[in-house]
Design a protein around this ligand. Sequence first.
Ligand code: WT7
Length: 677
Amino acid sequence: MLMLRKKMARSYKNFSTDFVILSFISLAFTPSEASNHKFKSKMSNYHIKNLEEYFQVYRKSVRDPETFWEEIAEENFVWRKRWDSVLKYDLEKPEVKWFEGAKLNITENCIDRHLYTRGDKTAIIFEPNDPSEKAEHISYRNLHERVCRFANVLKDHGIKKGDRVCIYVPMIPELAVSILACARIGAIHSVVFAGFSSKALSTRINDCDCKMVITSDGSFRGNKTIDLKGIVDEALESCDGVKTVLVAKRINSEIYMKVNRDKWLQPLLDEAFHDCVPEIMDAEDPLFILYTSGSTGKPKGMVHTTAGYMVYCAYTFKNVFQYREDDVYWCTADIGWITGHSYIVYGPLANGATTLMFEGVPSYPDFGRFWQVIEKHKVSQFYTAPTAIRALAKERLDFSDKYDLTSLKILGSVGEPINEEAWHWYNDNIGKKNCPIVDTWWQTETGGIMISPIPYSTPTIPTYATLPLPGIQPALMDEEGNELKGNLVDGRLCIKFPWPAMARTIWDDHKRYKETYFSAYKNYYFTGDGALRDSTGYYRITGRVDDVIIVSGHNLGTAPIEDAINEHPAVAESAVVGFPHDIKGNALYGYVIIKDTGESRDRDNLRKEINQIIADHIGPIAKLDKIQFVSGLPKTRSGKIMRRILRKIAEGDTSNLGDTSTLLNPEVVQEVIDNVL
Ligand code: WT7
C-alpha cells in the first residue's frame, strides 16, 4: 500500500496512473467491477519526445495497429469491462468496430477519474464576450456536479439512452455541460452551431428525430445580441418530435415560452440531485451526431461512437499539443464544430487538462482580444484557424504587441490550408519564432487530427501538415485509382487503414456513407482532399479536389495560386475559381481583398503585379484572366470560402446561388455580383 502511494505521488502528473488511482480508491467502481480488467502495471509513455521516437512509434502503429491501440486504451482510460476484440473491420461494407465488447462511460474518463487527483483543478475557463465580465473557473469537482444535475434533468424529462438531443447553445458553460450530461446518460447529442438559421436547425433536428432541444434565451457576439430562442421557435414549427425545450439564461431578455414545452433550465438544475450514476455504454454505442455539408444534397449526420473516439481524441490531444499538467489550453473554435467537440471538450478533459471556452469574437472590443485573453489566462497552447490569422494580420501590429504572449508554447492551425504569409505572420508576431506551429489536417469525419507535426519532434515547414500521426496510414491515389508509392507524388488523399475515431456511418443513410467515402477507391477511405508528398515524406494538403481547375489541359490547384497572390504585400486574402473559356477550356478568376492601408493604389498596376507573382511562383499558365477587387469573400460560418458561389458569379450565372442566408457574411454576395467583371 505504501509503495503504491509513493508511486502515485511520484507519478502524479502521469496520465496513465489514473486508473490505478481510481481502482485503488474505488471511487467509481465496486472492487469486483474494477478487477474485471487486469491493468498492466507498466506506465505507458504517452508523449512522443523526439523525431526518432515518432518514427519508432509510427512504425509500430503500422506494423501492429491492434497492439498499438490496445496498449494506449489499456493504460490510459477507465473501462467497466475489457473489450473482446480490438478491431474488426470490413471496408467494403463498410463496417468498423473498435474495442468491441468493452463497456465504459466517457464522462467517467473525462470527469470522475480526475476528482481524486485534480478535483480542485480548473477544468474549464469560461471567458465571456464582454471583457469586463468576470471569467469563470469551473473545477473538475464543480463540473462533475453540474453535469450530474443536468443529466438528472434530462432523465426527468424522459430522455434515455439512445435518444437524440439537439443542442443549440452559444459558447457558454451550459454548452459543454449539456454535451457531457447527454454522454452521462447515453443520450446521443447533436450539436448545431448556434449561428445556423432556423431552417438549417429544423433540417438537422428532423433528420435524426431529436426529442429535445437545449438552447438559451439568446447569445452575445461582439456588440450584437442574437435571439436564439426566436430561431428555435421558428425551427420547431416544423419539428413535431420535439417535446421539451430547455432554456439557459444568458442575455436576460424577455422571451416567449411555450407552455408545457419550454422550461427555464436553472430552476430545474437547482432542484436536481447532484450525483448521477453514469450509464454504462458499449464501445460502439453512438456518442454523438454532427452534421457536415456535402458537396451535394442535405447535410450529412456523421455518427461518432464512444470508445474509439475517446481513445483517439485523448491520444492526439496529448501529443499534438504536448499538454503538460499546468498548461492552459485554448482552442478558439466553436463547440458547434468537430474541432470544439474533440479539442475543447473531450480530448482536453480526458487528459485532465484546463480548457478555455471563449464566448466572443476576435474583433471585439478590438482586434487585440485574442492576445488579451492569452495574456490574461496565461495560455500555453493556442489553436485557431487560418481565416482568423489572416483577418488579424490585416490589422496593426500594436494590437498584438501590447500584450505579453510569453506564456505561449505551441500554436495550432486548422480548417483549411494555411498560406505561407499567414504562417509567417503567426510565427513571427504571435509565436515570436519560439513556438512550433502545428498545422493540423483532419475532418469532421475523421473525429480527430490525422496529419500534423508533433511539436519539438517534427521540424515544421510552412504550408505542410507534415507527417501522419501514429495509427494513420495515408495514401495518395492517381486518376486511375492506383496508389502512388514513393515520395515526390501528388494525388487524392485517402486513408488505407481504419483508425479509432473514424465516423462509423451517416445517420440513417449508410448507403450515402459508403458512396461518399468508400466507393471512389476500393478499400480506401477517400477524404475529398488532394495532397502531395514531398521528397522527405511530408504531406502538404493542396485543397479539395473538387476545386481543381483544368486550364489548357493543366491541372491547377486553387490553393497554391491563392498562396502566391497572398504573397503580394497589399493583399489580405484571395479566392480563385475557374470560369469557362473558349480557347483554354477554363480560365482563372480571382477575387482579391486589398489591405486597408489608407493609401490609394492603381488597380491595373496591382493586377499586373499579382499576375507577375503568380507567374513567378507557379508559372504563366496560372495567371488570372480576371481580377476583381472585393471587400469580403462569402464564407461559411466555419470560415471556409464558398467557392461554389464565387464560381457561379464568375461564370455569369447568378440565377441559382442556393441558400446564402447561412453564410457568415451574406451581404458580400450582392457586392460581388454588382462588380463582376
Ligand atoms: C476539410 C474538413 C477538421 C476540423 C475543421 C474542419 C480542410 C482542415 C486543414 C489543414 C488544409 C484543411 C480539408 C478537409 N482542412 N484542416 N490543416 N490544411 N486543409 O472540418 O469542416 O469537416 O472540413 O477542411 O479540406 O477536408 P471540416
